[in-house]
Design a protein around this ligand. Structure first.
Ligand code: GLA
Length: 392
């Protein structure tokens, strides 16, 4: 942290009261592409994330600096005039958050902020939602707004949807805002009811593997999947009184799927319904400490994302297949939006090293890319981490 305070003073000058914040990244254990379909998700917040050091200003200027994008220097805007500007690149995320707070009627002063993140960018671990929540928490604290975390989560999703123009669901912001140490959160995205489950894997660990194939969430394919599901829902609604695909049991879907005329839309809806059921079941299995059944559901999730939802692609399939072939792997699947990014696996501790070496070799032979591994530590959600009255 000391290095961040020093860097802050170099960039913005000494003095004043500095406050520091941390907002995690997230990984989803199961429940993919279910959030915007009104289903369940089961993510956890990571111990890696975004740090922010901030100081309130007396005027309405916002000055942003990221140690990860140091060459872009300080990006300065006036909170009275916030619009998306491509040249502002990453700073559009915090700008979007301030803009939504203001639209909601909160009175916010200007501030200087320095960010430092240790989530790999573009890996699908939600570095963008992490910077959004870091910004929300600092706005909330600097201005003593007392906004409830779930409200901030919703505002951050709006920032992403309306200011950035990415039509994401609520999972990332919720996992990052509401995450809890050593727990996954089972969230019903229809009602926002949630409960925490301790992640106790006996002699095994969660391992994230990065394909190192970059993915863009703004990718048109994400919005295409949403539209396909919306079309399927709208046809089903002509006959059924449901609000979302998440309202359907597997039995109800099987009994009515003939109503969906387009075969592609039918496959997409099938994934949404089955994945939702799998997620509810997986949370139960984890509670019962049946790790093998949980791993099996992860594998089934990947197959459904590969064959029915078609969001995996060559690299993710290659990495998951390489994992499946290894001893000690209890389950493995893609995680996040797909089209590149990361996989998540449960691996027995005594096989952790062999898993990494062998999977990397097999994957490299097939794709020419070298994966990276992170043994997951589940940390707490976005928060203020320190409060000091003077610059160091
Ligand atoms: C991205 C989105 C989330 C969710 C996942 C897929 O991470 O931001 O809202 O839709 O993809 O499960």
């Amino acid at each position: 942290m000391k290095a961040l305070f020093e860097q802050f003073s170099k960039v913005f000058g000494e003095g004043g009261s500095l406050r520091s914040f941390f907002s995690p990244g997230r990984v989803n254990l199961i429940g993919e592409h279910t959030d915007y379909n009104g289903g369940h998700v089961f993510p956890c917040s990571l111990s890696i994330g975004t740090y922010a050091v901030a100081r309130k200003r007396d005027d309405s200027l916002l000055r942003f600096y990221s140690m990860n994008f140091a060459s872009q220097g300080v990006i300065e805007v006036d909170a009275k005039n916030l619009i998306y500007e491509a040249a502002h690149d990453w700073a559009n995320y915090p700008k979007g958050v301030v803009s939504i707070f203001k639209q909601q009627g909160f009175s916010v002063s200007g501030f200087d902020v320095l960010y430092f993140g240790n989530i790999p960018n573009g890996a699908g671990l939600s570095s963008s939602a992490s910077i959004e929540l870091a910004t929300s928490v600092l706005l909330n604290e600097l201005n003593e707004l007392n906004v409830d975390m779930v409200e901030m989560v919703k505002m951050n999703q709006r920032a992403e949807n309306e200011f950035i123009g990415v039509n994401c669901g609520i999972m990332d912001q919720f996992a990052i805002g509401m995450g809890k140490e050593n727990s996954a959160v089972l969230l019903d995205c229809n009602t926002l009811d949630y409960s925490y489950s301790p992640v106790e894997l006996k002699d095994a660990s969660l391992v994230i593997a990065n394909t190192n194939k970059r993915r863009g969430l703004a990718d048109s394919k994400y919005n295409e999947r949403r539209s396909e599901c919306e079309r399927a829902l709208s046809q089903l609604q002509d006959h059924l009184s449901i609000q979302s695909l998440g309202d359907l049991t597997i039995e109800a879907f099987e009994a009515h799927k003939h109503i969906i005329t387009n075969d592609v839309d039918k496959k997409r809806a099938k994934h949404a319904v089955y994945e939702n059921a799998r997620t509810i079941e997986a949370a139960k299995r984890l509670k019962a400490r049946d790790i093998n059944a949980f791993g099996q559901l992860m594998n089934e999730s990947h197959i459904s994302l590969r064959d029915d939802y078609e969001v995996t692609g060559f690299e993710l399939d290659a990495l998951v297949e390489a994992a499946w072939a290894e001893d000690g792997v209890i389950g493995s699947r893609m995680t996040g939006a797909g089209f590149g990014g990361c996989t998540i696996s449960i691996v027995e501790n005594c096989y952790l090293e062999a898993f990494q070496t062998n999977t990397a070799n097999t994957y490299k032979k097939k794709t020419g890319l070298l994966p990276e591994f992170y043994v997951v530590e589940i940390g707490a959600g976005a928060r203020e981490i320190n409060h000091i009255t003077e610059a160091l």
